[in-house]
Ligand binder design. Structure first.
Ligand code: DGJ
Length: 589
């Protein structure tokens, strides 16, 4: 278990995100798009999105739980990321129908350094402004992804004037002096160039986005190096051969020595992580000086299939990135980065959940900025599950990668339909969902291959109780007030009139969200499953449903539609492939 810094903040304090006014590192920006900001404000206001400057989005952690706060309320980031080359106004047009179908509240869109700073110190924010305008029209928040020094362990998004000038902006070098297409993280010229550009972006957002359409920033993309484990240039080697800095030793509880002496076989990768995390921290800190939005880095997993296998840093995954083995270095060296977040392309659900567990640590809220989902591998199923795993694990947000691939103008495959319906169900009540999740009284049950039934347990005050699933005869947790038994097709007893009609039941991707609303009252959102409420096994009483109301949310206001009874409740609550939202009041006799 790593010992990580546990940032304790509360909404009122939003302590680590207090606005710090400070000068720009480079005041001589030549901004081409000044007029655009004013136009954008007008567009946003016309769409009813902006009235006045809103409160700063913040990351809040309380009682071991975390949430984003947006406009002063808990926010669950129900998101998707567009393809790499889709952060362009003309291209973005194509993704809005899919965003609408999924009822996303957030879109993740790259900002390209090469586009934004076409010549040194000359900034062009027209593309960013256009993305802001589109998002406001579609009532969607943005997470902007800074494709700067690093993109997937390479430097492909740096401006051409940097690529061309290797003397000023040095590359990483091999032991034999051979350069690779990754900028050296041990060069102050590289760092200065990146942080100046990123600070300019944040400075621009401060002016162009008072309503905080942008709620969070991703700093770089899958940082670290592919091609070398670390920089072996004479400049980097000199640092590597020197004693490990005191702050590193203190943070990692090590005794003094050189990098090789202190870290042995892990010295190269640890040095890389130290170099990259300090660099990115400086970029993020310069950005926060301008606009203190929450900021995170995304990680290319060290174990791509979700279980430990022998992988080589710099070969199988970018060396120096925020992989779990480098967490302590990153947490110590990058305090301006709020979250180390995994990009999860792990098809097997058991392994997927393991990755969630690795990244969800004290002081590191869970965020999945990229997940497999819109482009199924042939023959692989289960793409609708991860969102519900993440939610149940307390994630502050989740995004599938590659929204462009979801063509909602054609009939969706059963697999993509399951994904879309799962998103849309949650998207129909994200404000309430976010509040319930942050209250800690929400659980999910997700069907997995070969698992016909799952059980959840709640205490009388709604506290989720963990079932011991390790022993052969699982025992009921002490203090259980309500058991919630979620069964998945085809294990239903007949009749199951709603689910029998489900077109996606053969996928085995049933899902349920169960949240405690008050004594004996629950909100249940389900797809392709049957939910039954039961009293503790040895209770002297029997359970009964007092009222089962189907409805929808208008903001956080519950709007009843009809009561369920008869076939819809006599054998349990049967949820079909579209999903339904129920308020259930239980009693006993
Ligand atoms: C992870 C990267 O972060 C994304 O930008 C994208 O390249 C995907 N992998 C690949 O689909």
């Amino acid at each position: 278990m790593h010992t990580l810094r546990d940032v304790q903040c509360c909404a009122a304090e939003a302590c680590s995100f207090r606005r710090k006014e400070g000068p720009l590192p480079n005041k001589s920006f030549k901004v081409r798009a000044l007029g655009a900001a004013a136009t954008l404000l007008a567009v946003g206001c016309a769409a009813g999105v902006c009235a006045a400057a809103q409160s700063m989005p913040a990351l809040v952690q309380r009682h071991g739980r975390a949430t984003l706060m947006v406009d002063g309320a808990p926010y669950f980031l129900l998101g998707a990321q567009v393809d790499n080359s889709s952060g362009w106004p003309a291209r973005l047009d194509a993704v809005w129908p899919a965003a609408e179908r999924l009822r996303l509240n957030t879109l993740e869109v790259p900002v390209y350094w090469e586009q934004m700073e076409p010549a040194r110190g000359v900034f062009d924010f027209t593309v960013v402004d256009s993305i802001l305008a589109q998002a406001r029209v579609h009532h969607v928040h943005l997470v902007l992804l800074w494709f700067g020094t690093w993109k997937n362990g390479k430097m492909h998004y740096v401006p051409d004037w940097i690529k061309a000038d290797t003397a000023t902006y040095p590359r990483m070098l091999s032991k034999f002096g051979v350069p690779i297409d990754v900028l050296s993280p041990n060069s102050s010229a590289n760092l200065d160039a990146d942080r100046t550009a990123f600070a300019a972006l944040m400075h621009h957002l401060k002016q162009a986005d008072p309503q905080h359409t942008v709620i969070m920033m991703q700093v770089e993309n899958e940082s670290g190096s592919l091609g070398l484990v670390r920089d072996f240039s004479p400049r980097a080697q000199k640092i590597f051969d020197a004693p490990v800095p005191q702050d590193v030793l203190r943070a990692l509880h090590r005794s003094p020595g050189t990098w090789s002496q202190v870290f042995g076989p892990d010295a190269d990768e640890t040095f890389a992580a130290w170099s990259v995390s300090r660099y990115i921290n400086a970029v993020a800190a310069a950005g926060k000086q301008e606009l203190p939005l929450p900021m995170y880095v995304n990680d290319w997993l060290k174990s791509p299939r979700g279980y430990p296998i022998l992988t080589i840093p710099g070969v199988d995954y970018p060396s120096g990135g925020p992989t779990v083995n480098m967490f302590p270095v990153w947490k110590a060296m990058a305090p301006s980065i709020d979250i180390l977040a995994p990009d999860i392309y792990v098809p097997k659900s058991e392994n997927y959940r393991k990755v969630l567990g690795q990244f969800h640590q004290p002081g590191n809220p869970l965020l999945i900025p990229e997940s497999l989902g819109f482009e199924p591998f042939p023959g692989v199923s289960g793409y609708a599950r991860p969102l519900y795993f993440a939610l149940g694990d307390g994630a502050i947000g989740f995004a599938n990668f590659g929204l462009d691939r979801l063509d909602v103008n054609r009939p969706l495959s059963a697999e993509m339909l399951a994904v879309a319906n799962g998103y849309a169900l949650l998207g129909s009540f994200t404000p309430e969902l976010a509040a319930l999740k942050f209250s800690g009284k929400l659980q999910t049950a997700v069907e997995e291959d070969g698992v016909a039934q799952e059980e959840l347990a709640f205490a009388a005050d709604g506290t989720p109780l963990a079932l011991d699933t390790t022993s052969a005869a699982p025992s009921e947790p002490v203090g259980t007030a309500w058991r919630v038994i979620v069964s998945f097709p085809p294990a239903y007893d007949r009749p199951a009139p709603v689910s029998a009609a489900s077109s996606t039941r053969s996928l085995h991707e049933g899902r349920a969200v169960v949240a405690w609303l008050g004594p004996n009252q629950f909100l249940v959102a389900g797809i392709d499953c049957r939910v039954q409420f039961a009293l503790p096994v040895h209770s002297a009483k029997l359970p009964q449903m007092l009222k089962v109301e189907e409805g929808r949310y208008d903001g956080t206001t519950w709007v009843p539609i009809r009561l369920w009874n008869g076939d819809e409740t006599d054998y349990g609550l049967n949820f079909g492939s579209q999903g339904s939202l129920l308020r259930v009041t239980m009693g006993s006799y």
